[in-house]
Design a protein around this ligand. Structure first.
Ligand code: GYE
Length: 333
């Protein structure tokens, strides 16, 4: 499925949609014709290095598949590296891509910080870097060509707004956070807190990282239920996999997830829809991982020296139980 650079709004869900927008500040990547990142030479197969975080969640698996499928569709030689969740391994992969003289690098950065040095090496080698999925903090944003990602703060706000409606503004909340230092964890926490600040009856009674993983989400929820089982009235998980783990923990504790304890999470992976149909999850905020087409459009534009927006924000939609059964067959990840 070739996704246009700005996917049109369609199939608006029952609750809300956040429009697409691309932030101003075009950054013209002047590709030097002599360098690996230069204008495409006719007939030359493009070689692109992709540094992926890991395979910690259904979302990430879908993102990797989207990048691999799109590379195959475009006849691009993709060098794929799974960093097993370690930023150090992403540095090693990028250095290897540079040594191999790839034409471009796609990076899904594990965390926001620590990228200056390695991206300077890529810039030195005149290899354009396209960020997908997560943003980074650098003093010089010419170190990357563009970022293609969702607005995680908006996602957190949408989750908080939904929970406020569901609980009429009264909830004692356990929050399952994503990986420490990762942009989605930082921003989803921020957006959710901003939303519930408008409701004095909503309070986060405990917040801990489950690292975006099902197993850790379950473990953390088990522990927090031992400490707060009598008080908790709702769960906010930064991704669906941790919500699925929390569902198991809540059931093991003899309570009904989605009924005794409403749960809202983010990603909108297929398993979340199945859980909503089963009445165990109440709402998920979409965060589209099918970034392959957009990523390679950006790579091709960068290599031609065409200007690109510094950030392209993917639309997010909200799905609750009322649309889960009808939407499940449409899910692409
Ligand atoms: O929500 C989660 C994955 O960076 C947006 O990382 C991504 C997040 C996603 O592990 O499932």
């Amino acid at each position: 499925m070739k996704m246009p650079l700005f996917p049109s709004l369609r199939h608006l869900s029952s609750l809300a949609a956040v429009a697409i927008f691309s932030l101003a500040g075009c950054d013209r990547q002047s590709a030097d014709k002599e360098s690996p990142g230069g204008a495409p030479k006719p007939g030359k197969t493009l070689t692109v290095g992709f540094s992926q975080v890991s395979a910690e969640s259904d979302w990430r698996v879908a993102e990797s598949k989207s990048i691999k499928d799109e590379a195959a569709k475009r006849g691009i030689d993709l060098k794929f590296s799974d960093s097993q969740g370690k930023q150090e391994n992403q540095f090693k992969a990028i250095r290897s891509f540079i040594a191999q003289g790839v034409d471009a690098i796609i990076l899904a950065p594990k965390v926001e910080t620590g990228w200056e040095e390695i991206l300077k090496e890529a810039k030195q080698a005149k290899i354009p870097v396209v960020l997908v999925d997560r943003g980074i903090k650098v003093s010089d944003d010419s170190l990357y060509v563009t970022l293609i990602a969702s607005d995680f703060v908006a996602e957190g706000r949408l989750a908080g707004d939904w929970l406020a409606k569901k609980t009429s503004g009264k909830a004692q909340i356990i929050e399952l956070e994503g990986s420490p230092g990762a942009a989605p964890a930082i921003d989803r926490k921020k957006g959710f807190a901003e939303s519930i600040a408008a409701h004095p009856g909503m309070k986060i009674i405990a917040s801990q990282s489950g690292d975006f993983e099902t197993g850790k989400g379950k473990e953390v929820m088990e522990t927090l239920l031992q400490q707060h089982g009598k008080d908790v009235t709702a769960v906010y998980a930064h991704n669906d996999n941790m919500a699925l783990g929390a569902i198991e923990a809540i059931k093991a504790a003899g309570k009904k997830p989605g009924v005794d304890i409403p749960i809202v999470s983010i990603d909108a992976v297929r398993a979340a829809f199945t859980a909503m149909v089963a009445g165990e999850l109440n709402c998920t905020i979409e965060c589209n991982p099918l970034l392959g087409p957009l990523a390679f459009d950006a790579v091709e534009k960068a290599r031609k020296g065409e200007s690109l927006p510094k950030k392209t924000v993917i639309q997010d939609r909200v799905f609750d139980q009322s649309v889960a059964a009808s939407e499940l067959p449409n899910r692409k990840y």
